[in-house]
Design a protein around this ligand. Structure first.
Ligand SMILES: Cc1cc2nc3c(=O)[nH]c(=O)nc-3n(C[C@H](O)[C@H](O)[C@H](O)COP(=O)(O)OP(=O)(O)OC[C@H]3O[C@@H](n4cnc5c(N)ncnc54)[C@H](O)[C@@H]3O)c2cc1C
Length: 395
């Protein structure tokens, strides 16, 4: 392990959607120079997690509108689409939601134009040691010294229910769609596949896996709910956020976040696509929770639902989202345990209005949600985080 002797101005931990957006915002707003900023991430390319997850689920169009993207100016993607149109359909209603293809091409253009790729260091942050004049970040390859840190480490681990973890340990054919190792090509063509989950990822996965010879069984804990938004758009601005941020009781803030999120809901067009597949008998649907899974052979798993129904599948794909707890692993829990960084009783950080958790240590994404609200993990959450961090450094 080597120590980098020069002290950086800024180190961003995590180079996904949030980390990459923040690096762009810091450079373009002249808060720092390319030479004084680095983005630490174990992946070689920016947005690798985003690209893998959205490809795995077979996403075609974003849920968010065309003004939410990786550039700073809201109309940037719209202008890009005019100058560099693609053959496929570019937007769908409501709110002109861009295709994934357009979003990703535009993101690559933004990364290229602003030299964001060369800011990256391939490394994993393991521990942060806060200091007075600089902080020290211990990576798996190097040690870094930096005056400011932004932690943008993403959504945490994919969620495996107990029954699923148990049959995986027994060698059953089960995988999680949000995992790096998920590979659609390994799913047999002539088979019955059970997709477990009730939100956008589950319905998109079911649609993308259904084919002429493959029947998909979608098992959702509830009937399919339709909602075009992750949460009410009022959470993106002062309508709800003003009251949220003036609420001193963090248990109440947590409750509002949980209530505001339209978990387990899908957009209207996905609902229609899925209904069509059901009509054509390419998909079956069960509303119920899996209580027990029984791998009766290497080719067949029986799934017992709390509704009393039993269904059989040749393989299972989980689309159960991410673990609900605090993301960031030991890197975050170490800060709380060893340095008494402030947390609410739900375990999540309590940062300042400017998302500063400690002098010069900022949060973006899920980790900052007790300040940024229910949209914190989303694309618009990255913009909200950047605005707050920028206003802090300009103070
Ligand atoms: C299938 C899917 C579809 C979505 N669609 C939309 C949508 O349409 N609109 C919307 O607004 N939002 C959407 N979201 C939500 C959200 O925008 C994404 O989850 C987004 O990728 C979150 O960005 P992030 O940077 O926080 O996390 P990520 O993109 O996952 O990036 C986190 C990065 O941090 C790195 N990292 C983690 N720990 C460390 C460490 N210790 N050291 C160094 N690096 C580390 C990881 O390797 C990763 O590269 C979607 C999410 C999913 C899963």
């Amino acid at each position: 392990m080597t120590t980098r002797n020069s002290i950086l101005e800024w180190l961003i931990i995590g180079g996904g959607v949030h980390g990459t957006y923040l690096s762009n915002a810091l450079i373009r707003n002249r808060v720092t120079k390319h030479s004084d900023l680095r983005v630490l991430d174990p992946h070689c390319e920016p947005l690798q997690e985003w690209k893998k997850c959205t490809e795995n689920v077979g996403m075609k169009f974003l849920r968010s509108p065309k003004v939410h993207h990786m550039d700073l100016e809201p109309l940037s993607l719209k202008h890009f689409a005019v100058c560099k149109p693609c053959d496929e359909r570019q937007y769908i209603p409501p709110n002109d939601r861009p295709s994934l293809e357009l979003f990703n091409r535009h993101a690559e253009y933004v990364i290229d134009r602003n030299g964001l790729q060369k800011l990256r260091i391939k490394d994993m942050a393991l521990r942060i040691e806060p200091g007075r004049s600089f902080h020290t970040v211990f990576g798996s390859e190097h040690i870094y010294k930096t005056k400011n840190i932004v932690i943008a480490a993403g959504n945490g681990k994919p969620y495996w229910p107990d029954w699923a973890a148990m049959i995986k340990a027994e060698g059953a054919k089960i995988m999680h769609v949000l995992e790096d190792c998920f590979d659609k090509k390994r799913i047999p063509e002539q088979a019955v596949i059970a997709v477990v989950g009730g939100g956008m990822s589950a319905v998109q996965t079911a649609i993308s896996l259904a084919s002429e010879h493959r029947e998909v069984v979608l098992i959702s804990p509830h009937s399919i709910r339709v909602n075009n938004y992750d949460s009410d758009p009022g959470w993106m601005g002062p309508k709800y956020l003003q009251k949220f941020r003036s609420e001193p009781n963090y248990n109440r803030r947590r409750r509002w976040i949980n209530e505001a999120r339209n978990r387990g809901s899908v957009t209207q067009e996905l609902y229609s696509d899925f209904s069509l597949l059901r009509k054509n008998k390419q998909c079956r649907f069960y509303a119920g929770k899996v209580e027990l899974a029984d791998p009766v052979s290497s080719e067949m798993i029986l799934l017992h639902l709390n509704s009393g129904e039993v269904t059989a599948a040749n393989a299972i794909v989980l689309a159960t989202g991410f673990e609900q707890g605090l993301p960031g692993g030991k890197m975050i829990s170490g800060l709380v345990r060893n340095h008494s960084f402030r947390c609410a009783s739900c375990g999540f950080p309590i940062p300042s209005y400017h998302l500063e958790w400690w002098d010069g240590i900022y949060l973006s994404g899920t980790l900052g949600e007790l300040e940024t609200g229910p949209s914190a993990p989303n694309l618009i959450g990255a913009r909200m985080a950047a605005n707050k961090i920028l206003s802090s450094v300009r103070k």
